[in-house]
Design a protein around this ligand. Structure first.
Ligand code: FCA
Length: 329
């Protein structure tokens, strides 16, 4: 009798375990999409395309802005409490990489990074976290080449042109981008002595404006200016600061990186400004593909590629419709 009961009990246990695993497989997929600067048009676009992926694949997307480390950890814990299975993240500071890895592990969540590659305590990329970012140096070079071509077109003497590099060197992708831009300008004949660093405290327009203002005040000797930075906001800040000092569209060539709403608004103002163009990058690829990669990983369909680096295209007033079309935006 005892034995029959035991056997029955273990059968129940097996059935229960099987039921549990089936139920688990059928759990609705929920993923988080965490971004450092939710108000920035680039991140709004990423979210929009991630929503599209959620619709196409039938999962739930939870969008959370994480302006600092504390909010980020709270968001990850919150996702776990909501029974999410993973998240895509652009962290407020890439040095939080190890903390992210730990809290994802603790909560049994899969994680993919987007835009900004996470690093460990020694500054090395964390290879175990799949990543999609832009090819920063190559895209920076496109910025520099675009500016150099326009400066040539305007027949400016490069010796009289100041280069504002709105800098945010603590973020590796930012440093790669502006280094690529400056290298291309140097290769086009711009004197190294004309490059003026303007370090920004944050990666938004206001911080870039403040940084550029100081740089312009200290370097009144130049006749013309060009500006580079990690994103459109950085270059817009420099353009606005220049305008404030009477340096307008005929004396400034700024080229940003991004091509989202901020650039679109600027390039469609009735009169041209010093914001000459932007290297458009693909918010669609970054938002849509990272989400689908994570979905496929969670559902056991495929492991995500370890690293994907995406390309950009120079967009100006002259070719913007065509670039948007070619980038599928
Ligand atoms: C970084 C920048 C953003 C955007 C993104 C692709 O996260 O801060 O503005 O350029 O890379």
């Amino acid at each position: 009798m005892k034995r029959t009961l035991l056997a029955a009990a273990s059968l129940c246990l097996i059935a229960a375990t099987q039921f549990a695993s089936v139920a688990h497989a059928a759990d609705p997929v929920k993923i988080g999409f965490l971004v450092k600067q939710a108000e920035e048009p680039w991140f709004q676009d990423e979210w929009r395309y991630a929503e599209q992926a959620a619709k196409d694949k039938g999962f739930t997307l939870v969008k959370i802005g994480i302006p600092n480390g504390e909010k980020m950890i709270a968001a990850i814990d919150n996702l776990a409490a909501q029974k999410a299975q993973g998240f895509v993240i652009c962290a407020p500071d890439v040095k939080l990489g190890k903390a992210i890895e730990r809290s994802a592990k603790r909560n049994n969540l899969k994680v993919i990074s987007v835009d900004d590659r996470l690093v460990d305590g020694t500054g090395k990329p964390i290879e175990s976290i799949p990543h999609m970012g832009i090819s920063g140096y190559a895209i920076g070079k496109q910025v520099g080449e675009g500016i150099a071509a326009e400066v040539k077109n305007r027949k400016w003497n490069v010796a009289e042109v100041g280069v504002i590099r709105v800098a945010y060197d603590q973020l590796p992708t930012a440093k790669e981008r502006t280094t690529g831009a400056v290298d291309a300008l140097k290769a086009a004949g711009f004197p190294a002595a004309n490059i003026v660093d303007a370090p920004q405290a944050k990666t938004d327009t206001e911080s870039a404006f403040n940084a550029a203002n100081i740089a312009l005040t200290k370097n009144a000797r130049f006749k013309h200016w060009v500006a580079v930075g990690l994103n459109d906001e950085a270059v817009l800040g420099a353009v606005r600061a220049a305008e404030g000092r009477g340096i307008k569209a005929d004396s400034m060539v700024g080229v940003g990186i991004g091509g989202a709403k901020a650039a679109e608004n600027e390039l469609n103002k009735p009169a041209p400004t010093g914001f000459f163009g932007s290297v458009m990058i693909s918010a669609k690829q970054h938002g849509y593909e990272t989400s689908v990669n994570l979905y496929n990983w969670i559902t056991g369909k495929a492991t995500p590629p370890a690293e994907v680096l995406t390309k950009g295209m120079l967009m100006t007033r002259a070719n913007q419709a065509d670039v948007r079309k070619q980038m599928g935006m």
